[in-house]
Design a protein around this ligand. Structure first.
Ligand code: 9D3
Length: 267
């Protein structure tokens, strides 16, 4: 996959994309990240990429010309036009489903905004999709672009985590992970749960599934409501209810087990 990035701070991308899974994907030619300094495409002699907002107000707005000039220059290099994505707080929230879809593209071009925002003509004339990485305020789109690249890179064919572990992943979709342990068997007076040392693989699988359900119910009830629950899952949730393990999540789990969510959502 080729990813072009337009930013006035291309230097920000140095560290995060150089090591580990992303670094390997790049050195193996699975991922081709091309950083472009937006300032190089500014039209005025001061190479300004921002200006005052029409209508007044505080803060600066990114000028449209550098984005248009940069994309015109890049169009010469592209065999086909990649998906052009603006990272912005007004974008749709990126989630793992969106990351999977993006990972199937041949290429993307990421536009990173700065200041208070980007001239609307950039959206109207250039952008295919606008994405946010969450409801908190960053200083610009660069870190969001790096998050997107990191999440997409690990799914590319040939990288660790690439299409392959999908059967297990879809099974675990919308559930949090179970607690994990490694050596030593006892640390700081805390032993590893007995079942994990038992060698009873069926019992281990059931314990892990139950822990996943417990964690998800207590920490992320929003995910539990979307999870595809098997008959065994329902049984495990009933056990957790009976054991009083669900605490404040008990009400939600009773509602999930009642099984009328489809009706509720369609109302
Ligand atoms: C005062 C209004 N602000 C909107 C919440 C203006 C504003 C703040 C921060 C405009 C741009 C930015 C810079 N942020 C991004 O460019 C950005 C972002 C983010 O702040 N949060 C989550 N995802 C993203 S993607 C790009």
């Amino acid at each position: 996959m080729r990813i072009d990035v337009l930013s006035i701070f291309p230097g920000m991308f140095a560290g995060p994309l150089d090591d580990s899974v992303v670094g390997r994907a790049r050195s193996e030619g699975i991922l081709d990240v091309r950083l472009h300094d937006l300032r190089a495409y500014a039209s005025d002699r001061h190479r300004l990429t921002d200006d005052y907002p029409f209508g007044g107000g505080s803060g600066m707005v990114m000028k449209p010309e550098p984005f248009f000039a940069a994309l015109a220059a890049l169009a010469e290099q592209w065999a086909s036009r990649p998906r052009i994505i603006l990272l912005s707080p007004q974008g749709a929230r990126l989630d793992q489903g969106g990351v999977v879809q993006l990972s199937r593209l041949e290429g993307m071009c990421l536009l990173c905004g700065r200041y208070e925002g980007v001239d609307e003509r950039v959206r109207e004339g250039l952008v295919d999709e606008e994405l946010s990485i969450g409801d908190y305020v960053l200083t610009g789109g660069e870190l969001a672009a790096m998050v997107l690249i990191d999440a997409v890179a690990r799914l590319l064919p040939g990288t660790l985590g690439g299409p392959g572990s999908t059967v297990e992943e879809s099974f675990n979709e919308n559930l949090l992970e179970y607690p994990q342990y490694t050596r030593p068997r006892s640390f700081a007076g805390r032993p590893v749960p007995e079942v994990l040392l038992s060698g009873d693989h069926a019992a281990i699988r059931t314990w892990r599934r139950k822990q996943s359900l417990l964690r998800t119910a207590r920490r992320r009830p929003d995910l539990l409501m979307r999870a595809e629950l098997s008959r065994e899952d329902r049984m495990l949730l009933k056990e957790l209810l009976r054991e009083g393990a669900l605490a404040e999540a008990a009400g939600l789990v009773k509602w999930v087990l009642a099984g009328d969510q489809g009706a509720m959502v369609s109302l």
